[in-house]
Design a protein around this ligand. Structure first.
Ligand code: NAD
Length: 394
């Protein structure tokens, strides 16, 4: 199979190294920036490929072609993997769209909210001739050790959920992708489930809001702990965010008898499922976080100024999780006419900190909605039409 990985960051290094090391496929890499492409070409020439360093040993995979020109790597690709942050999906999809062939599988590691709507918007009528899929999260925790040469695979998820459009392709694709990516992939039912179920959209903006809503601008000497800094009040905010999504889920399921959103789990269900062996005290949502060994020591993203440290509101906890995840869910709630007071509170605070405008007088009509993944940005004005598109019924 001809596989092209798009991107040049941590995920792209891991995907390219692992898939090329299997030796079964012809793997190419499309890098959006020529300086990155050159570093990859130089690095892989020196080292003989991308080395993926795992605790149980390392593997080396040499991509056949590395290019910043999509015309050199996309034609003929049967599987295209966007191993990219969500803000890069749109520009990259626009660049590769003219070269995509019928029958291609186009997947995102990781997808985040309304990824399918983003792909449809860019591919137009071509959408019906490809298969779109998206993983709920990246299968690996990974960090580049040496750019274009080596990446550390710090952990592999026990399993990852994913969605496809058309949904009927999920089972066949699950067994194929599980064998390629080296971990079990579980179908979620639809991109609607994937969008509502993402927990990063609750946890990351929710914790930032809890930690800094009353911040008076004072400097920090040290970065505060992110998860272990969750107090009872922040835990309450997270609970309210989770409850609002569950209420939205119930309203949609009541309105559409054929829609099953059981994979949209409550926050505590998801924490138990993901970190069963790592949580010491399960007596409250707060203790799920503060006694979770996987979260121990992780700090708030900060930026250095001359006299100390300030919280970095441009970091991905807001800049990725608000426009590409929480706004997608908020947009669906608006179409369903389901109120989301706590989600609105968090977005209203975050948009000020990010110098953006999404919510205006309680509606998603702010000037920056056009660069988000809210369904309104793609022209959806009613839930029925959006659901039909998300379930590939049009
Ligand atoms: P990354 O920051 O390493 O990716 C950066 C790369 O993205 C750049 O090198 C460039 O090739 C590309 N890029 C950046 N801006 C771009 C733009 N404007 N246009 C085109 N391309 C652009 O990100 P990553 O660590 O590889 O993560 C990929 C996704 O997986 C993210 O959504 C991240 O949140 C998620 N994720 C990552 C990890 C991890 O361990 N790395 C874990 C869980 C989830």
């Amino acid at each position: 199979m001809q596989i092209t990985i798009c991107g040049g960051g941590n995920a792209a290094h891991a995907a390219a190294g692992l898939l090329a090391a299997e030796g079964e496929h012809r793997v190419s890499v499309y890098l959006p920036f020529e300086n990155e492409a050159q570093l990859w070409r130089d690095g892989t020439a020196t080292q003989g490929g991308i080395r993926v360093v795992r605790p149980d040993g390392s593997v080396l995979g040499l991509p056949e072609r590395i290019s910043s020109d999509p015309a050199e790597v996309i034609p003929g690709s049967e599987l295209v993997l966007l191993a990219l942050p969500s803000f890069a999906h749109e520009p990259i999809l626009k660049e590769i769209a003219p070269y995509l062939e019928d029958g291609t599988l186009i997947g995102a590691l990781a997808a985040r909210g309304c990824y399918d709507l983003c792909v449809r918007d860019i591919l137009g009528s071509k959408t019906d001739r490809v298969t779109i899929f998206g993983l709920q999260t990246l299968p690996w925790a990974c960090r580049i050790r040496e750019y274009g040469q080596e990446v550390d695979l710090l952990g592999v998820k026990a399993q990852v959920e994913f969605a496809t459009c058309p949904p009927e392709q999920a089972n066949e694709l699950a067994s194929f992708l599980s064998s390629q990516l080296g971990l079990p992939l579980e179908p979620m039912g639809s991109f609607l489930s994937l969008t509502l179920a993402g927990t990063g959209q609750l946890i990351h903006p929710g914790v930032m809001y809890g930690l800094f809503k009353d911040w008076d601008g004072k400097l920090f000497e040290e970065a505060p702990l992110f998860y272990q800094g969750i107090d009872a009040q922040t835990a309450d905010i997270l609970q309210c965010l989770s409850d609002e999504i569950q209420y939205l889920r119930t309203c949609i399921e009541e309105r559409y008898a054929s829609i099953d959103l059981h994979t949209v789990r409550t926050l505590d269900e998801w924490l138990c499922m993901s970190y069963a062996d790592d949580i010491e005290d399960t007596s409250s949502l707060q203790t799920y976080f503060v006694t979770n060994r996987s979260y121990a020591g992780l700090k708030v993203p900060m930026r250095k100024v001359e006299e100390g440290l300030l919280p970095d509101f441009s970091a991905r906890y807001l800049s990725e999780d608000v426009p590409y995840a929480l706004l997608a869910t908020r947009g669906i709630a608006e179409l369903a006419e389901v109120p989301t007071p706590t989600i609105d509170e968090v977005i209203s605070w975050a948009q000020k900190r990010m110098n953006k405008e999404y919510l205006l007088d309680g509606k998603l009509v702010g000037r920056d909605v056009k660069s988000s993944r809210a369904p309104q940005r793609y022209g959806f004005r009613d839930l029925d039409t959006m659901i039909a598109v998300m379930f590939c019924q049009t």
